[in-house]
Design a protein around this ligand. Structure first.
Ligand code: SF4
Length: 186
């Protein structure tokens, strides 16, 4: 008798748009949106969090997104900031740019300068990346890349990052994940 084992599809594969929702993976500050929008965001995030928490490949997905490839999107119960905080806790940086469907590579320049993007962000703080891209005539991924670069520069200016050449263990990544207040959302 032949036993067929159905491959399990990760929840994100069915609704990729949810995991690429800008407000989910790069949440706005509470003061930037209304109470109703904040509540809606919390509900959306809790739902995605539960899906990831129940995903059969969650730990591998988290490890890869934290240690191996810098991806965009809400991944393995984490926002981009969450993953940055885990890396900082572990004292690691990611060298490899993403080539996965998760998101665009973090390297390379765009047609718009970093200064132009930051100036536009300052002038229109409530704009989405899509709206900023429209204003500047570039792609949304270019805007995201520049905004991320600015966020990382800000965080790195506050404290030095301890560099290490060795990769952390899965347990170390999970411990750092457990220390996030957002890891307990679901
Ligand atoms: S843990 Fe990773 S693979 Fe699983 S649903 Fe979440 S993002 Fe998708």
């Amino acid at each position: 008798m032949t036993i067929l084992i159905e491959p399990t599809t990760p929840p994100c594969a069915s609704v990729p748009e949810v995991y690429h929702d800008e407000q989910l993976h790069s949440p706005p500050a509470r003061t930037d949106i209304t109470a109703a929008e904040w509540e809606s965001l919390n509900v959306k995030r809790a739902s995605a969090h539960r899906q990831c928490a129940g995903c059969p490949v969650m730990t591998d997905c988290l490890y890869r997104a934290v240690v191996e490839v810098d991806v965009s999107g809400f991944v393995a119960c984490t926002t981009e900031l969450d993953r940055h905080l885990i890396r900082r806790q572990l004292g690691i940086t990611v060298q490899q740019a993403s080539t996965t469907p998760y998101g665009a590579p973090r390297v390379g320049g765009g047609p718009v300068s970093h200064e132009a993007v930051m100036t536009a962000r300052q002038a229109y703080p409530k704009d989405t990346c899509h709206q900023l891209a429209d204003r500047l005539g570039c792609s949304t991924s270019t805007i995201k890349r520049h905004l991320r670069r600015a966020r990382e520069a800000k965080l790195e200016a506050r404290e030095a990052i301890r560099e290490t050449s060795s990769q952390p263990t899965m347990d170390a990544v999970l411990d750092a994940f457990d220390m996030l207040s957002t890891s307990k959302i679901a």
